[in-house]
Design a protein around this ligand. Structure first.
Ligand code: FE2
Length: 196
């Protein structure tokens, strides 16, 4: 709750400790490198900063709805702020801080054929389980930060929570029929299903 209140006030709390050299690729708890190097630069982007504020406000409201909406919101944060990819004219790029603070996952998420790369859809993201003990099985790809902001600000999430109430979460590695999946293109990059 305190975390949501900070974000809603356009504040981002940053921890003070830093990992040891042998923890360079993975740590269970966020450290200064993750928070400052991973998160803070993106807060200079006005649209992304608005998204964070709107997310915080959504979290404050969601806490009145119970645990299930909070789980949905946590997944949204995980798959965007921590592990998000963005589609740019130059190809897929990383914006998630959880990826940026891991050299191994930075390469894995852009180059490995193993994980799914799926077009962002707020309900789909909120339904999807995630892994905290390995590289992600699925990354969600946004078209731009406006897409995130719109998905967070327009709805007050009430109807979304209602529609999702009691729904079985989607396993982290699943691909659903409605998903817009990115495939390896003929060149270096990734292209979304249906795009030529
Ligand atoms: Fe983080």
């Amino acid at each position: 709750m305190t975390f949501f209140e900070h974000l809603a006030a356009r504040e981002f709390p940053v921890t003070w400790w830093i990992r040891r050299p042998d923890q360079i690729d993975y740590i269970a708890e966020p450290d200064l490198f993750h928070d400052l190097f991973g998160h803070v630069p993106l807060l200079m982007n006005p649209v992304f900063a608005d998204y964070m504020q709107a997310y915080g406000a959504g979290g404050v409201r969601a806490s009145t709805f119970g645990n299930e909406p909070l789980a949905n919101l946590t997944r949204l944060y995980w798959y965007t702020v921590e592990f998000g990819l963005i589609d740019t004219p130059q190809g897929l790029r990383i914006y998630g801080a959880g990826i940026l603070s891991s050299k191994g996952e930075s390469i894995h998420c852009l180059e490995s054929l193993a994980p799914n790369r799926i077009g962002f859809d707020v309900k789909r993201v909120m339904q999807t389980r995630y892994r905290i003990d390995s590289f992600q099985k699925t990354y969600f790809v946004i078209d731009g930060f406006e897409q995130l902001f719109k998905a967070t600000v327009d709805p007050d999430f009430g109807p979304i929570y209602y529609a999702m109430k009691g729904a079985e979460p989607v396993p982290a590695a699943s691909v659903l029929e409605a998903d817009r999946v990115f495939h390896r293109g003929t060149g270096e990059g990734w292209v979304a299903g249906g795009d030529v």
